[in-house]
Design a protein around this ligand. Structure first.
Ligand code: AMP
Length: 208
């Protein structure tokens, strides 16, 4: 099962991906998580990516594509993968297609988690993330319900950056919905509902 998750920041892609990974044991490849880890480690990639991320802009394609290629090669991705936050523009989507063709693999589905912009803004403003395990919660979680770790607000979940990220999504990422519809693999789920209701539909759409 090879899946691409589409949807605005805060639509719930990461949450749905975590559930699929837990149940089916496929690899969760989140470019946002990989980039945040690189920033935290102060690696060369992290230093190159940080200013783009802080402003809510896309990190240059080359940096992200290299990261994804490396992850697709890893052992845990051979059984299947969920790409979360990649591709973010048409150039990345085209590169992914040719990379997968070279590996003799293909996408089974592009799943759009659809949520209205006003709901997204409210969600992102109250979103809190676990510093240890990456769990996504809200301001109601004093500590991480999964591992007891410290919950923090991502730098790019502040009001000014949220607007930039939504603008970038609309102009660069939203066109991928038509790209994958054209490839006949687009599936859409209404993400403005409780997590488990969305997940039930996700599994049905993916015939799981
Ligand atoms: P996310 O956690 O997916 O919301 O990503 C956080 C930030 O990482 C984004 O706002 C971008 O700056 C960067 N990023 C994540 N994925 C990509 C990608 N596929 N292409 C370029 N930048 C990305």
């Amino acid at each position: 099962m090879n899946i691409v998750l589409l949807g605005a920041p805060g639509a719930g892609k990461g949450t749905q991906a975590q559930k699929l990974v837990e149940e089916y044991g496929i690899a969760h490849i989140s470019t946002g998580d990989l980039l945040r880890a690189a920033v935290a480690a102060d690696s060369k990639l992290g230093r190159q990516a940080k200013s783009f991320m802080d402003e809510g802009k896309l990190v240059p394609d080359k940096l992200v594509i290299d990261l994804v290629k490396e992850r697709l090669d890893a052992d845990d991705a051979q059984k299947g993968f969920i790409l979360d936050g990649f591709p973010r523009n048409t150039a990345q989507a085209v590169t992914l297609d040719s990379e997968l063709a070279e590996l003799d693999r293909e996408l089974d589905a592009a799943l759009l988690v659809d949520v209205k912009p006003e709901v997204i803004i409210a969600r992102l403003s109250s979103r809190r993330t676990c510093r240890s395990c990456g769990y996504t919660g809200t301001t109601a979680d004093a500590v991480c319900p999964q591992c007891g770790g410290e919950m923090y607000q991502r730098d790019d979940d502040c009001a000014a950056t949220i607007k930039n990220r939504l603008d970038v999504y609309e102009s660069q990422t939203a066109p991928l919905v038509e790209y994958y519809r054209g490839h006949g693999i687009l599936k859409e789920v209404d993400g403005d509902r409780p997590v488990d209701a969305v997940y039930a539909d996700v599994k049905a759409l993916l015939s799981l």
